[in-house]
Design a protein around this ligand. Sequence first.
Ligand SMILES: [Zn+2]
Length: 147
Amino acid sequence: MAKCSDPVIGKILAGWRYDISGLAPEMRGDYEAHLAECQFCRSRQKLNRGIDIGLWVMASGSMFVFFLAYGVIRYFQPHHAFWLEVGALGGFLLSMLLWLLVAVSTPAPLVVKDAAMLGARVGLEKLPEEIRDRIPEDLRLKISGQS
Ligand SMILES: [Zn+2]
């Protein structure tokens, strides 16, 4: 488990931070096959996606906290309220920047979207027939991945 079975492919994958989501489908084959067979790269990929999503969640949380702080300062109007507001807004903007950076530079949004689609698919299958029939067909096809 401690070693990659094909160091050449493994090195390329590591260079992309194990992200093959942006590759054209016909180029992905080799890398997908390697990920399927190589436990080392698979666990590395999992770790990297974990870090990406962790960063994203952290940035979202910090955005929320700074926004909340701004609201609290506005509401209670303490001394030096202006500078506290500036600090809270600055923190909010910084977190937003970080959030955007993570969103564009990592596949975290894709992973989250895939997980959401999978959840929606499972949820759709569990719905009673009469409710499922009321969901517009094009939406249903999109969720079940048939379009
Ligand atoms: Zn490998």
